[in-house]
Design a protein around this ligand. Structure first.
Ligand SMILES: NC(=O)c1ccc[n+]([C@@H]2O[C@H](COP(=O)([O-])OP(=O)(O)OC[C@H]3O[C@@H](n4cnc5c(N)ncnc54)[C@H](OP(=O)(O)O)[C@@H]3O)[C@@H](O)[C@H]2O)c1
Length: 283
């Protein structure tokens, strides 16, 4: 079976054991590439890959100097801004033995739709979060085919399944990435490439600094992602928030949309109360 799904999957929405086995990829001994490897989830993923025994990691960053703290003889540092077509071409040429590609680099910039008529931040989110992974996929798909199929792992977000109106345009860019993940899974199945979508909840990194929710550590998220890949789970929910969210979403996307709206309204009301009574906010 390539892109076509079995009757059992169609009935239940869950992958069969056979499909999971076909998707599963071994981490030990593999050659990986991670975008945005210098901090946050990308750095945690790079460290987790090394500790799980990869043969090599191409750790990529806009500024390779920022990768200095990651010391390991299996690590190859590359400069890669995922919005720069020339750098993508050069990185793809350098990483000719890559088998596992982690599209991790991401930005969340805009916090509103209606407050501003400037589309710059929303466009930038699309450039980094969607066009970046798309370009990398275009460049690296032939390499993965030559190297036996391998896998692409797209670090998306629960906000890509149901828009989180704290970050509306970021959510839209992650929805685009989710859609690309689905397309790539089908289109690359024939060359033996597995495509994983990761739908994380709040993770304790610079990106979510302003978010007042309980957060999972990037380290725990990174290991959960690698566990998901080794288990062949094509949709990976790598933290407790994401697991609960994923369950609700799968049972009713509309209920999930209403739940998120209620959550955001509750937070907005709390924030405006705190603004009126700053002593309460500090407590
Ligand atoms: N934190 C969360 O709650 C959360 C939840 C769900 C999904 N995610 C996703 O997880 C991924 C990692 O996020 P994070 O939480 O680790 O965020 P982070 O700490 O802000 O790190 C973002 C990373 O992306 C890199 N980056 C940004 N623009 C880039 C570009 N044009 N080219 C290459 N690298 C670029 C950054 O590099 P610089 O240091 O050069 O800026 C940095 O390494 C993102 O895709 C994010 O959307 C995060």
């Amino acid at each position: 079976m390539t892109g076509a799904r079995t009757a059992a999957t169609k009935m239940t929405g869950q992958p069969t054991q056979k499909e999971e086995t076909m998707n599963a990829r071994r981490i030990e001994g593999a050659v990986a590439l991670v975008t945005g490897a210098n901090r946050g989830i990308g750095r945690a993923l790079t460290e987790a890959l090394l500790s799980r025994g990869v043969k090599k990691v191409y750790a990529t960053a806009r500024n390779p100097e920022a990768l200095r703290a990651l010391r390991d003889e299996r690590l190859v540092s590359l400069r890669l801004d995922v919005t720069d077509a020339d750098q993508i071409r050069a990185a793809a040429e350098a990483a000719s033995d890559v088998e596992l590609v982690f599209n991790n680099a991401g930005v969340a910039l805009a916090s509103a739709i209606a407050d501003s008529t400037d589309l710059g931040q929303a466009r930038r989110e699309m450039e980094v979060n969607y066009f970046g992974p798309l370009q990398l996929l275009q460049r690296l798909a032939p390499t993965l085919a030559r190297n036996g199929g391998g896998a692409v792992v797209n670090i998306g977000s629960a906000a890509g399944l149901t828009n989180l109106p704290f970050v509306p345009t970021y959510s839209a860019s992650k929805a685009a990435l989710h859609s690309l993940t689905q397309a790539a899974r089908f289109l690359l199945a024939a060359q033996g490439t597995s495509v994983f979508g990761v739908y994380a909840g709040p993770v304790d990194t610079d990106m979510s600094r302003e978010l007042a929710f309980p957060k999972t550590s990037p380290r725990d998220v990174a290991f959960a992602i690698l566990d998901g890949i080794e288990a062949g789970q094509e949709d990976i929910f790598p933290d407790p928030f994401a697991v609960d969210f994923g369950r609700r979403f799968q049972s009713s996307p509309k209920a999930s949309e209403r739940q998120v709206a209620a959550m955001v309204s509750g937070e907005a009301a709390r924030a405006s109360r705190d603004q009126e009574r700053p002593e309460r906010a500090r407590a």
